[in-house]
Design a protein around this ligand. Sequence first.
Ligand SMILES: [Zn+2]
Length: 450
Amino acid sequence: MIDSPSLGDEALALLRELIRSACVNDGTYASGQEIRNTDVLRRFFDGVDVDPVVVESAPGRATLVVRIPGTDPHAPSLALVGHIDVVPVMHGGWSHDPFAADIVGDELYGRGTLDMLYLTAAYAVATRAVASEGRALRGDLVFVAVADEEGGSRLGIEWLMRHHPELIDADYVLTESGGVPVGGSAGTPHSVTVTVGEKGLARRRLLIRGIPGHGSAPWGSSNAGVIAAEAVTRLTRFAPRAVIGDYWPRYVDALDLDPEVSRRLTSVAEILGALPELGELAGYAHATTHTTISPNVIRAGDAINVIPGEASIDLDIRQLPGVSPEEVDAYVMSALGDLMRHIEIVDVVGASFSPANVSPMDTPLFEVLAEVIDEAYPGAVPLPIIAAGGSDARFYRAKGRRAYGFSVLSRRWDYGRFRHLIHGNDEHIDLESIALTARAIDSVVRRFLG
Ligand SMILES: [Zn+2]
């Protein structure tokens, strides 16, 4: 590895600029304005022999692509796909300015540090290193700094796949959400997570009918808001049967827990009772073994003196691999039971169902990821996991491309802490993780395409 300390320094400097652009995406058409970050990246590639292409899916919703052609048309290509938008911040929730990119001790604070600008910066640094050294690669290297991941990708990867597929396509893809060390000693973990798949996404709206009336005489009324409250309670208590699957037992194994706790965590009958043993990891443990239903948008009533005759509840449902749309509706109906006589289930326009997706592990890229993990933490192996949430990987996997979530975080991280800070207050990353990841991505590119 040449010049490894400077890869981390370059990634840190670029990461701070990407944070300061504050490309906050609240899901609306005009938010994000990722063109601020494509401008940052265009400057980053100034003076290097590459030709960055910037395309806009809507005014200011820009994506930058750098493709370095390989010498062998039969060699597999690799895309490094990093989003450049970030989610909004909760005002008053931060102890640092979320867009100042302050370094405090050995940690960098800022919205997007962890999700996923540290990786986008590492991708850019690795790509520039290849170009500036004039290194010949066998297959194409594609760096995609993409808009609108946080808004559901409609103005990002989804739009690019429809309008410019040739720009962003590759046989193999790396993107966010891997890299958490698991188990082992304080110095060396025995595993590092690699995200090989994602749960599916189903969105449903419940339309609830009551009978409107005067708020002054509620006795005996059919208040749609009250029915909605009961529906939320039932949905929250409902527990579809756990599916332990192939990946979760490996994770439990890697955690080095008390054998009795491990046994309960991998038992369909006992897992729910054992979750509190896992602390911050419990939410993920539940999500990766269950189809989950979260009632997230609840509406009823317009006027304080009118009993509402209508209400609606939007459900964010994340289903396990193999669960069909009909099974999703069956879960909802069995949770609601006799309340269904007041309720109609309808699709939420635009994104009603996308299936779970998984990439295989017996691929040349996965082998390289294992080598690079061993390089960062001697003796450590990849721990394949299924993410609870979605990323741009699902669009590539739907086209048959192999996509993995990969990075290398420092020993201070565990998966509970990682998930807690993503989209949370005081999002931050330590400088060691920035350097480890910059070196790891550079090493993957050299080994896989070199
Ligand atoms: Zn992200």
